[in-house]
Ligand binder design. Structure first.
Ligand SMILES: O=C(O)[C@H](O)[C@H](O)COP(=O)(O)O
Ligand SMILES: [Mg+2]
Length: 302
């Protein structure tokens, strides 16, 4: 079934969308902003949805920030958001390790990633090494002869790490090949990241060298995995038949919505371009609705 294309200015179409859905799940990168540049109209549309008493939840695969630090980003952009409305892939991974894996207290996680992952693991009471540790954030050659394996590392968790290096990949590789049963987890596997100035390699491209070296894939707890929706459901009641996921990436956001049994709206302000949803090379992941931008929803209140 082809998507319904919502035309800019088509008030009836957008008003119908507002009446149809009570819960709005918003992806962040590529939908509300690109890097630190807000998407035009996004703030005003969120304010409109609040005025209409809609439940708003933010669901981002970006693991660089914890929920609390995302709240600071929302505050800085003047967007009303409570920490409990924000679900990041670092949080989902930490919840998975603590509540699903039930990692024993004498075990720890080796982190390839940034402070967002560390803060969420700390919040869940999970011990970790690596991450922003200066000893790992070095451009010195890695010496395996001088490396001491920590036998208590039972998980290697990999997320977007803008300071990725050979030392981190080498340590992750040692744990995953020498610690019996060590679990390979990824916060998410987005191939690219939509920065305000263009595209950058994403979290999936950070874990790719390990995937290649190991010959196996990590378990990813970010979108489209249901782990993220389980985290949302644990804190918010919503009717999936009256819920819509708004995203910019087909193989994460739209697939996440479809597998979660909610409607989907693809916006074209981030990763996905129109040619991926129409014409001969269109993806087999088909959103229910397509709109240029989340800002176009503002016409519904006009
Ligand atoms: O590389 C990444 O991690 C992702 O591109 C980025 O974090 C996506 O975030 P989202 O669009 O889910 O907010
Ligand atoms: Mg996105």
């Amino acid at each position: 079934m082809p998507p319904t294309f919502l035309e800019k200015g088509a008030r009836d179409q957008y008003q119908a969308l507002l009446e149809k859905y009570d819960t709005w799940l918003f992806d962040c990168d590529g939908v509300l902003w690109n890097g630190d540049r807000p998407v035009d109209g996004a703030k005003e549309v969120l304010e409109m949805l609040r005025r209409k008493n809609k439940l708003i939840v933010f669901v981002t695969n970006n693991a660089t920030k914890s929920r609390k630090n995302y709240k600071k980003k929302f505050d800085k952009l003047g967007i009303d958001a409570a920490v409990d409305e924000i679900f990041g892939s670092a949080y989902a991974a930490a919840v998975y390790i603590s509540s699903v894996m039930k990692l024993p207290k004498d075990k720890k996680v080796y982190v390839i990633g940034m402070s967002g992952i560390e803060e969420e693991l700390r919040e869940e009471g999970i011990a970790f090494i690596g991450g922003t540790d200066p000893a790992d954030n070095t451009l010195e050659p890695f010496s395996l002869a001088d490396f001491t394996l920590d036998p208590s590392v039972a998980v290697v968790l990999c997320g977007l790490d803008t300071s990725i290096n050979y030392t981190k990949l080498s340590k992750g590789f040692q744990y995953l090949t020498r610690n019996e049963g060590c679990v390979f987890l990824a916060t998410n596997e987005d191939s690219t990241y939509p920065d305000s100035s263009g595209l950058l390699p994403g979290a999936g491209s950070v874990s790719a060298p390990l995937r290649f070296a190991l010959g196996r894939d990590p378990l990813s707890t970010g979108k489209p995995s249901k782990t993220m929706l389980d985290c949302v459901r644990a804190k918010h009641d919503f009717d999936p038949t009256r819920t819509i996921m708004v995203g910019d990436r087909l193989n994460t956001d739209i697939l996440f919505g479809q597998e979660g049994g909610v409607s989907t709206l693809l916006v074209l302000t981030g990763i996905t371009k129109l040619a991926e949803v129409t014409g001969p090379n269109a993806s087999d992941i088909v959103p229910e609705y397509v709109s240029e931008s989340v800002g176009d929803l503002a016409v519904a209140e006009g």
